[in-house]
Design a protein around this ligand. Structure first.
Ligand SMILES: Cc1cc2nc3c(=O)[nH]c(=O)nc-3n(C[C@H](O)[C@H](O)[C@H](O)COP(=O)(O)OP(=O)(O)OC[C@H]3O[C@@H](n4cnc5c(N)ncnc54)[C@H](O)[C@@H]3O)c2cc1C
Length: 520
C-alpha cells in the first residue's frame, strides 16, 4: 500500500472508476472490499487516517449483540453472528474468541441470562465459538478474582469475538489495495461533481499532504462517512434534512489487575439500564461504555466528566477495588452515527442499530449505521445498488470468502500476533538494523522496527497514525504514548525524509490529540 503511487493514479484525468468511496472507516472499507471482490475498479478516499473516526474507538467486540437479542432484534443478531463467524475465519490474526462472564446475584438473573445465552448459542448454530453455561460461585470468583463476592450466586459464561479495530481497518485497506483498489488516507472530498441534469459524475478531492486538488470520475459514489454523512448529503442537496444524531460512547483503560483474569466481565443492565463491559485487551482492561447525545460530529470527540464518573462509579459497584481517576491510563470517546429521531424524542437506545442505505436523486448512495462486526455485509448490501445506479449488473460478491491481509491460524506469540503472517517480515527488519530491535517505551513490547514497518507498508504518515492506530499505545496508556512520541517522530522523519521542523510540528499535533486521552 503505497500512498505516492496511489496519489499518482489521481493524475489520470480520463480514468472513470466504477466505485468511489468517501470514508475510510469500517463502512467505507467494507464497501471497497466488496466492490473489489466483484471485479470492479475502486477508489477510496479518507480525509484523515483509516479508522481515525468511530472505527478505532469501539469496544472491540465482534458480536451478535446480546443486548439486541434482549430487545428482540433477531434478524440483526443472526446477521451479526454470521459475520462474526466469517471475520474470525478470514482475519484470524486480528479477531479471536473471548469468554465473557455475567456475575449473577439473583435467581431471576440466573434464569433470564442462562436461557438468553443458550438462545444466542443456538442462533449462532455452526458458527458458535464456545458454549454458554452456568458456572459456580467458586469458578466465577476464580475466573474474575476482583469481582464483588457479597451476594454472588455464580456466573453465566458466554463467548463472543474480540478484535483490534484500527488494525483490522488497515488490514482491509491493504487487502483491497493489493487486489487493485486505490486507497488513500489524508484525501478529503471537498465537492461533488454533477452533470447538468444533476446526476453525480464524481468527486473533487484534496490531497491534504500534497495540498493539491483532483477530480475523480466515478460511475457510483458511496457516502460512508459515519457521523459526517450529513455534510456529504448537504454537498449533494444543500437543503437536505439532517439525518444523523451522534451518540457518544466512552471507554476507560485500566490496569488488568482491576479484574484479575483473562475473562471479560459483562453487566447486561447497570442501574440506568446500560450495558457495561470490562474486557482484557492488549494487556490492559477496557471498560465502557456510555450513550450520550452530542450535537456536533467531531473527528476527535472528548469524554465528558460525567461520563468518566459514571464508568468509574458503575465499575466500582462490581469490583472489589474501586478504580479512581488516577488509575485511568487513557480515555477514548467515539460517536455512533444513529438515525436522528423525529422532533420531540431524544432517546437513543431505542433507535435501530442496523444499517441503512439511501439512494439520492443524484445517484449518491449513503451507507449509515450498522456496526463494525457487520462491515462486510454492509458493503455487500451497498454494492447491490450498483446496478440501480449504473444499469450495469456487477458480478456476485465474493467478499465473504476473502482472507484479510495477514490472515493466519498460527499467529506469532505475544504482541506480534496482530501482524499475522507478516510478523516474520518485521522481525527480519530488526536484523537489518540493530537499533530497530529497541523498544519505543520500556513498559511495552513495541519495537522501533514496527514504526518503520508502519511507514513503509501501512501508509502511516503522521506520528499519531503510528501511536494511535498502527501501534495502539495512545489508547492503552496515553502518557506512555506521549513519552514515546519524540523517538517515533525521529524514526518516521528518517523514513519519510523529513526535517526537524516536521518533527516539531508532528510532536505538537500529537500532544494536542493525546491531551484528550489523559485525565487529571
Ligand atoms: C462507543 C462505541 C462502541 C462500539 N463498539 C462496537 C463493538 O464493540 N463492535 C461493533 O461491531 N461495533 C461497535 N461500534 C460500532 C462501530 O464502531 C461503528 O458502527 C463503525 O465504526 C462506524 O464506522 P463508519 O465507517 O460508518 O464511521 P467512521 O469510522 O467514523 O468513518 C467515517 C470516516 O469518514 C471520513 N470522512 C468524513 N468526511 C469525509 C470527507 N469529506 N472526505 C473523506 N473522508 C471523510 C472520516 O474521517 C471517518 O474516518 C461501537 C461504536 C461506538 C461509538
Amino acid at each position: 500500500m503505497n500512498r505516492e503511487e496511489n496519489i499518482n493514479q489521481l493524475k489520470d484525468l480520463s480514468k472513470i472508476w466504477d466505485v468511489a468511496v468517501i470514508g475510510g472507516g469500517s463502512s467505507g472499507l467494507g464497501v471497497a472490499l466488496d466492490a473489489i471482490s466483484r471485479g470492479l475498479s475502486v477508489i477510496l478516499v479518507e480525509k484523515a487516517d483509516f479508522a481515525k473516526g468511530t472505527s478505532s474507538r469501539s469496544t472491540k467486540l465482534v458480536h451478535g449483540g446480546v443486548r439486541y437479542l434482549a430487545q428482540g432484534d433477531v434478524a440483526l443478531v443472526l446477521e451479526a453472528l454470521k459475520e462474526r463467524g466469517r471475520l474470525l475465519k478470514n482475519a484470524a490474526h486480528l479477531a479471536h474468541d473471548q469468554p465473557f462472564i455475567i456475575p449473577i446475584y439473583t435467581l431471576w438473573d440466573r434464569l433470564q441470562y442462562t436461557v438468553g445465552l443458550k438462545t444466542y448459542d443456538w442462533m449462532a448454530g455452526k458458527l458458535r465459538i464456545g458454549k454458554s453455561r452456568w458456572i459456580s460461585k467458586e469458578e466465577t470468583a476464580r475466573r474474575l478474582p476482583q469481582v464483588k463476592k457479597e451476594g454472588l450466586m455464580g456466573g453465566v459464561v458466554y463467548h463472543d469475538g474480540q478484535f483490534d479495530d484500527a488494525r483490522l481497518a488497515v488490514a482491509i485497506a491493504q487487502t483491497a489495495d493489493d487486489a487493485g483498489a486505490c486507497i488513500l488516507n489524508y484525501t478529503k472530498v471537498s465537492a461533488l461533481i454533477k452533470n447538468e441534469e444533476g446526476k453525480l459524475l464524481g468527486l473533487k478531492v484534496r490531497d491534504e499532504l500534497g495540498k493539491k486538488t483532483y477530480a475523480v470520475n466515478a460511475k457510483m459514489v458511496v457516502n460512508a462517512t459515519g457521523v459526517f454523512a450529513d455534510k456529504i448529503l448537504q454537498m449533494d442537496q444543500p437543503d437536505a434534512k439532517k439525518m444523523i444524531q451522534p451518540s457518544q460512547g466512552i471507554h476507560l483503560v485500566l490496569g488488568l489487575e482491576f479484574l484479575g483474569g483473562k475473562d471479560a466481565l459483562m453487566i447486561p443492565k447497570t442501574r440506568d439500564g446500560r450495558v457495561l463491559f470490562a474486557v482484557p485487551w492488549h494487556g490492559k482492561l477496557v471498560v465502557g461504555t456510555t450513550d450520550t447525545l452530542r450535537e456536533k460530529a467531531k473527528l476527535e470527540p472528548e469524554a465528558l466528566q460525567g461520563e468518566i464518573d459514571f464508568i468509574l462509579e458503575t465499575a466500582a459497584g462490581y469490583l472489589t477495588k474501586a478504580p479512581t481517576r488516577a488509575d485511568v491510563k487513557a480515555v477514548f470517546a467515539g460517536l455512533r452515527p444513529l438515525a436522528r429521531p423525529e422532533e420531540g424524542s431524544t432517546k437513543t437506545k431505542e433507535i435501530s442499530r442496523s444499517h441503512k442505505i439511501i439512494l439520492s436523486d443524484s445517484g449518491l448512495v449513503t451507507l449509515t449505521g450498522g456496526k463494525w462486526t457487520t462491515f462486510r455485509r454492509m458493503g455487500e448490501d451497498t454494492l447491490d445498488y450498483f446496478e440501480k445506479v449504473t444499469s450495469i449488473k456487477p458480478a456476485a460478491s465474493t467478499s465473504a470468502s476473502m482472507f484479510i491481509n495477514g490472515n493466519t491460524n498460527k499467529p506469532a506469540e505475544g504482541h506480534w500476533a496482530i501482524y499475522g503472517n507478516q510478523a516474520q517480515l518485521i522481525q527480519d527488519l530488526m536484523q537489518e538494523k540493530p537499533e530497530w530491535q529497541e523498544k519505543i517505551h520500556p513498559d511495552f513490547p513495541y519495537t522501533k522496527a514496527e514504526v518503520v514497518w508502519a511507514v513503509r507498508r501501512e501508509m502511516a504518515v503522521k506520528v499519531e497514525d503510528v501511536l494511535s492506530r498502527r501501534i495502539r499505545l495512545l489508547i492503552l496508556d496515553a502518557q506512555a504514548a506521549l513519552d514515546a512520541s519524540p523517538e517515533v517522530g525521529r524514526i518516521m522523519a528518517e523514513e519519510l525524509d523529513k526535517d526537524q521542523d516536521w518533527i516539531a510540528q508532528e510532536l505538537l499535533d500529537f500532544q494536542k490529540v493525546a491531551s484528550k486521552y489523559l485525565i487529571s
